[in-house]
Write a protein that binds this ligand. Structure first.
Ligand code: IPD
Ligand code: CA
Length: 270
């Protein structure tokens, strides 16, 4: 099956479904309960998820949905044929606060494990910029092939670091050596999109060692980073893999090239 046109249609429909909700997304309203990923769900998250599911159903696709909101749901008569991993809105806090950095993330896998993801899309919904990858075919931004950065000097790098956790006192000391040496540190608030920034060389690296990030935020960008030619591993340098389940958590170091990746690993206390 040709997945990419369908994933692109999903992203367009997400944009359309959430447009009328964005202005009031931060107003207190009805409670929608807690999603499968453990965070409160908002109307905008559910509208985005609905857009993805309805698009796939309109194409009569059988699939197992693995979503941050609804969890694991089976559709059609052969749901084990495809596993569709969705973070309907990555960066919901940004969206509700009017910070222009949030995305929809969709990955397709043949098995419920990240290493089998073969098609991926992360769409920046504010700027209408879409990152895609298919296994063995490279990664693209709006249809143009992308490549990561070749920068390997900590004196020049822009590195994203997610330290957004109540456990910051335990986690931060493992990377203070890196923070002390790296020239520019950022955290933008939608990790799927921050990983795509490594894929296209906008930034040089992105690390998340909190043990808090879900596979729903990571699965699509994992393929995009790999297909772009950047490197993403666990913080100890092992292959990054995880069960595709909204309760599963990942940690990683992603860098534009092997040299910078190694330098970062050498500065992290595993
Ligand atoms: C969040 C973003 C954020 C990261 C959080 C994630 P969400 O995704 O990726 O950057 O720090 O851990 O939960 O909740 O907006 O889908
Ligand atoms: Ca989300």
């Amino acid at each position: 099956m040709e997945w990419m046109p369908i994933l692109l249609e999903c992203a367009r429909n997400v944009g359309r479904n959430i447009a009328p909700l964005i202005r009031n997304a931060n107003k207190p309203g009805l409670s929608f309960g807690i999603g499968a990923g453990g965070d409160p769900m908002r109307q905008v998250d559910l509208a985005a998820e609905r857009a993805v599911v309805d698009t796939l159903l309109a194409h009569e696709i059988s699939f197992t949905l693995i979503s941050e909101e609804s969890g694991i749901m089976r559709y059609g008569d052969k749901p084990e044929e495809s596993y569709v991993v969705v973070d309907p809105i990555d960066g919901t806090t940004n969206l509700t606060r009017g910070i222009p950095f949030y995305a929809t993330s969709i990955a397709v896998s043949t098995k419920p494990e990240m290493q089998f993801v073969h098609a991926a899309l992360v769409s920046d919904l504010f700027h209408n910029v879409t990152y895609t990858a298919e296994r063995g075919c490279g990664a693209h931004r709006d249809g143009r092939r992308i490549y990561p950065s070749t920068e390997d000097s900590l004196d020049e790098v822009v590195i994203g670091v997610d330290l957004n956790t109540y456990k910051v006192r335990e986690i931060a000391p493992r990377i203070t050596g890196l923070l002390a040496k790296a020239k520019h540190i950022r955290h933008l608030g939608a990790n799927s999109l921050e990983l795509c920034y490594v894929a296209d060389g906008t930034t040089d690296a992105f690390i998340d060692i909190r043990g808090k990030l879900r596979v729903t935020d990571t699965a699509a960008a994992w393929l995009i980073v790999n297909e772009a030619g950047a490197k993403i591993t666990t913080p100890t340098g092992g292959p990054l893999n995880a069960r595709l389940d909204p309760r599963e958590r990942v940690t990683f170091v992603a860098a534009g090239n092997e040299r910078l990746h190694k330098i970062i690993l050498d500065h992290i206390k595993a």
